[in-house]
Design a protein. Sequence first.
Length: 256
Amino acid sequence: MKLLKSTLLSLVALAAVSCESGLPTENTQQSANKGYLSLSSLSVELVTDHKPVDGELSTRALVRAAADVNTFDCSIVNEQGQEVIPSFKYGERPSQNIELEAGKYIFKMISGEIPGAEFECPIYGLTEPFTIVRKQTTVLDELVCTLQNIQASIRYSADLRAALSDDTTATLTVGSSSLVFGVDETRSGYFKAEQALNDIDVLVKGMYTQEGKEPAAFEFNTTIKNVKAGQYSDIELYVEYSGEGNISISVTIDGW
């Protein structure tokens, strides 16, 4: 019995020495390959200077007021695209360091879900890659949110508009989504960028009246190629030639 008691005491003493000597425990082994992400000094600028169709500052101001970065959804994903922590609102971002496995990640912000096509529905966001290094802190500080969908508008030169019927329409299509613009529509349409480079297909239908002649049905189509998310296309149609019962309509694109 004395020998057994002595052995037990020795095991307890060995365990105590092991803890005091800093030998790795299960918890320290798990955190050995981890680092930290700091969002405490993060500031985000929202760039909303897309071109309003009517050019009025009041329109731009309304857009700025409607987009509050504090309501934007934030997420952190790994290289496989998996969220590594629960998503959160920018206004509720953690003030403490976030512990992550060493590796490469992407910090994402988005103001909302991007619809296929909708009038006056700009969506803003950002994606910021970062790397977590073992036992070091990575700091994200100054970032910029920009337009994430495609903006497009359509208008007509004064002489062309005067010759068009009021029921003339222009259908703009990006990928699988379309919007129909009335002849006097002044709003912008916003489209989801389904590809890195997208086409905007334009189809205009209506009645055209040449001076001294009866109205005649017409149809015009064109394609704007290689448009990226965040770009704006202001489409203007005008009459290039009119005579002998025929009209030729051309298009100019003002945008960025």
